[in-house]
Design a protein around this ligand. Structure first.
Ligand code: HEC
Length: 124
């Protein structure tokens, strides 16, 4: 009888210890995609490459679909400051979901765009 109680106790104890050990695993190793550096976001190094890859095919200076031109800082800043740049990539209600016809941008790209807009959309 004592043995059985001890066995039960040991099983419960192990069950408590194991999940706790996972707690100390580093988040970086477990979820690499969680890491997204949104400090010092630069228009030239961060934002422009996203636009070039995912948006300029439809929104360049010569062929601006929906009359939206996203080529160059001076053109982009208008949509950054009126909220439609972030609203459209976040698929917010009231904005056309972008990029049109394909899947949503990666979360880190959206976070960088938000950080840049929140910083006042600088030409940096
Ligand atoms: C395949 C073509 C295509 C791609 C790629 C595309 N767009 Fe658009 N976009 C459109 C069209 C067409 C419109 C206008 C019609 C509409 O609003 O649906 C538009 C409208 C917009 C608007 C105005 C939305 C509003 O509700 O005021 C913004 C801002 C915009 N796009 C940003 C982007 C951004 C940022 C990307 C890249 C992440 C992108 N678009 C990629 C075709 C595209």
């Amino acid at each position: 009888m004592m043995r059985r109680i001890f066995f039960l106790f040991a099983t419960v104890l192990l069950g408590l210890i194991f999940p706790v050990s996972c707690y100390y695993d580093s988040e970086e190793d477990l979820y690499p995609q969680v890491q997204c550096d949104t400090s010092n976001v630069s228009f030239a190094n961060d934002i422009q490459p996203i636009l070039t890859n995912s948006c300029l095919s439809c929104h360049n200076a010569f062929s601006s679909q929906g009359d939206v031109d996203l080529e160059g800082h001076a053109a982009v800043v208008k949509y950054a400051l009126d909220g439609s740049l972030v609203g459209s990539v976040q698929h917010d209600r009231g904005y056309s979901a972008m990029p049109q016809g394909t899947s949503k941008l990666e979360i880190c790209k959206i976070e960088k765009m938000k950080a840049w807009v929140n910083a006042g959309a600088p030409n940096n």
